[in-house]
Ligand binder design. Structure first.
Ligand SMILES: [Zn+2]
Ligand SMILES: [Zn+2]
Length: 125
């Protein structure tokens, strides 16, 4: 199937879509699976639907701690990651980051991944 062809919006896809699309905490497939407990959807289906939403550009992924987390915010942004609770928070890219592009290396930038690691609000208390 080509990237731009419309996919049938199946019931399973809608379930996974609705479960992930408003999340700001970058859930794993397992988190979504747990949220959908009771709907009868299987973990393999959750993985498959999430992967297909990534392919369609509806979600991006963040790999952290050997797990893929799913991110419905697809515009460029940076992340704060708490090393205690593993919570991932979205923040704006710092202004002027484009000026850091290493032009002299003749390297074409497709994507900037920027992460701060530390201890979140909740875990500091
Ligand atoms: Zn924390
Ligand atoms: Zn994010």
């Amino acid at each position: 199937m080509s990237k731009n062809s419309p996919r049938r919006f199946t019931k399973q896809r809608r379930l996974v879509h609705d479960a992930v699309i408003h999340r700001v905490d970058h859930p794993t497939a397992k988190d979504i699976f747990h949220e959908l407990k009771g709907t009868g959807i299987g973990i393999a289906t959750v993985y498959r639907q999430l992967a297909s939403m990534v392919e369609d550009g509806i979600l991006t992924t963040v790999d952290y701690d050997n797990e893929t987390r799913y991110d419905p915010l697809t515009s460029p942004h940076a992340h704060l990651i708490c090393s205690i609770c593993n919570k991932i928070k979205d923040i704006e890219l710092p202004k002027g980051i484009d000026n850091l592009t290493p032009e002299k290396l003749s390297f074409e930038i497709n994507e900037i991944e920027l992460t701060w690691k530390g201890i979140c609000d909740d875990c500091q208390n």
